[in-house]
Design a protein around this ligand. Structure first.
Ligand code: CS2
Ligand code: MG
Length: 405
């Protein structure tokens, strides 16, 4: 069997998604996600100009060799563009291998380690009450874990809450430019403890709470937040400080026992190694799409399991349903699976394009037993929703200083 053709298809059913379709000379095909929010077309060019030409004619069964070929062969290793490109090819090759074997990919990874995949939902609110009402909605749907993000009094918009805007396209206005948001650590500290205190008062200790700091605090501020959060018994505090400065987690760890999660912007095992090896984090949140696919995430999961660090893959709305499918196979297999972020299966347009049999019930997701990744991509439907340039926001302190979004 040989790779005959590779298509790179961009669509925008609500968010921009980049999907790769690898087609073999025997007609079997596989799909993969290459979506890098805000830089989609750079990945498309990387794939079309550089990756596709050197894979035509290769044997799709050689997943590991093709992974090494694209990772080591490029010489300029790592980085979000390279790793999203490798990831999409990798997912598609696992999809093909599962279809050839007539087995779901998780069976090729070693089978199920659990009945279902525990999910956490998002409660994003314009006020503390609004956020807690959203928590109630998720509890009513059976979720056992909810991430809480609330508007910060005195700041117009902040991560997770868009004010009166329905999405990032609307937030950035007609001429797409990165929307500018304000940040104040003091205003944040004035509201975050209240949010968690009121949440525990209303819901008790049965439901797990999570919170995403989104890398906005300095190391010592993160340490202080971690301490303040201890009484609220969070499942984890995410991206407490900037991801590049891994030493900051030594500072945070010294001051608090609040569990720490990081990894959504990491692209390789090298980004995670020291944090895992030195027991500075408790959950690794790398996404298959951004860290080199199923082959890479399996390696990171295995490495993390040695240190009792669990995987909690990133699952934001700007990762496509194909990435979610890949995560489901890794999550149902990984002995050290922790929890999966879940924001729904997208809008009707997205469901028209991406078809699958994964189900969600009582806050748990259940596998599709279809061969391969268990998700189909409707190219014709995708063509109805063309790409729209969009940017992620930037954040400025009140004095105008550019800060971490
Ligand atoms: C966030 C993401 O879900 C999360 O944990 O950090 O929503 C993140 O902001 C986006 O994926 C950026 O594109
Ligand atoms: Mg996050």
């Amino acid at each position: 069997m040989k790779i005959k053709e590779i298509k790179v298809i961009v669509c925008s059913p609500g968010r921009n998604f980049v999907t790769v379709k690898v087609i073999t000379d025997e007609g079997t095909y596989g799909i993969g996600d290459a979506t890098l929010n805000g830089r989609e077309m750079a990945v498309v060019a990387y794939l079309e100009e550089h990756v596709v030409p050197c894979l035509i004619g290769r044997d799709p069964n050689e997943i590991e060799d093709i992974w090494q070929y694209l990772y080591k062969g490029v010489y300029w290793r790592k980085g979000p563009i390279t790793m999203a490109s490798i990831a999409a090819i990798d997912m598609a090759l696992w999809d093909i291998k599962g279809k050839i074997a007539g087995l779901p990919v998780y069976q090729l990874l070693g089978g199920k380690s659990r009945r279902g995949v525990t999910l956490y939902a998002h409660a994003n609110g314009e006020s503390i009450n609004d956020t807690l009402d959203k928590v109630q909605e998720h509890i009513d749907q059976g979720f056992k874990a909810v991430r809480l993000q609330s508007a910060i009094p005195g700041l117009k918009v902040t991560y997770g809450v868009l004010g009166d805007k329905k999405d990032y396209f609307e937030l950035q206005g007609n001429r797409p430019l990165p929307p500018e948001e304000e940040w104040s650590t003091q205003k944040y500290f004035n509201s975050i403890v209240d949010l968690m205190r009121q949440a525990r008062a209303r819901f008790g200790n049965e439901v797990e709470f999570l919170h995403d700091v989104h890398s906005r605090l300095t190391p010592i501020e993160s340490a202080r937040l971690g301490k303040l959060m201890e009484e609220f018994n969070l499942l984890f505090l995410e991206d407490a400080s900037i991801a590049e400065n891994q030493d900051s987690y030594k500072v945070i760890r010294q001051h608090t026992t609040t569990p720490l999660a990081i990894g959504e912007t990491y692209n390789t095992i090298w980004d995670c190694k020291d944090l895992i090896q030195n027991q500075l984090i408790d959950y690794i949140r790398v996404a298959a799409t951004h860290a080199g696919g199923i082959t890479a995430l399996r390696r990171i999961a295995d490495f993390a399991s040695i240190y009792n660090v669990k995987i909690a893959p990133h699952g934001a709305p700007d990762l496509s349903p194909v990435c979610f499918a890949a995560h489901m196979h890794l999550n149902i297999w990984a002995p050290n699976f922790g929890i999966q972020e879940f924001v729904g299966f997208g809008n009707d347009k997205s469901k028209e394009i991406f078809k699958h049999n994964f189900t969600v019930e009582n806050g748990m997701a259940y596998m599709s037993e279809a061969p391969g990744l268990g998700i189909e991509f409707d190219e014709e439907a995708a063509l109805k929703y063309p790409y729209k340039r969009s940017y992620l926001p930037v954040s400025r302190l009140e004095d105008g200083t550019l800060w971490n979004w």
